[in-house]
Design a protein. Sequence first.
Length: 226
Amino acid sequence: MSHHLAGLARVLEAEDDAALVVQQLLRLAENEIPGTAHAGATMLGQDGASTPLYTGDLAARLDALQYDVGEGPCLDALLTDIVRADDLAYESRWPRFAPVAVALGVRSVLTYRLSVRIGTVGVLSLYSPKPHAFSPAAERIGTSIAACAAIAMATIGERTQLRAALESRDVIGQAKGILMERYRVDAQEAFALLSASSQHSNVKLRDVAERLAKTGEFTPPPTDRD
């Protein structure tokens, strides 16, 4: 398995798509960790937790269930490095999650907190239809995969933030260009108009710029003469 992880590390360094690396790590977990039938990767964002990557619909469904009911091994793993449940049929920690998971055919769960220097970036969740499916050896393998997944998930977050910043810069540039032509002002004055309109309307600068770029609508800030 180590050569698979080394290969994925090289891919992560060269690839622009870190999500592809996480997906491959999930497949590796499913194939290399004894007992694993489904795997999912929880990602933390501004809107909360989500599971954008998984090896089967059941993993995504189980993660979503935990987000809905506010409990479960995936959520507990945000605070603890490793959370395991050997048999959900006899699990008392998650009274709203466990019975539904059992009804869906899942008995064992193993989750890992994905953390890097800046903090927690997500969770790796492994599900099995068998009770007591994950041995200590399986847990150790999962720890290695989780370490690689944490780096990849952090990379996704960084690139998502960078992409958002670049998109924001582009739309603000478009809006400035429109105002420069409309009001016959220079770039600095156009940005000042955008900023003043944002402050007066209590709307984010990017949103003011995006509306102007898409629709041409712009509410000039009041002047001293108004």
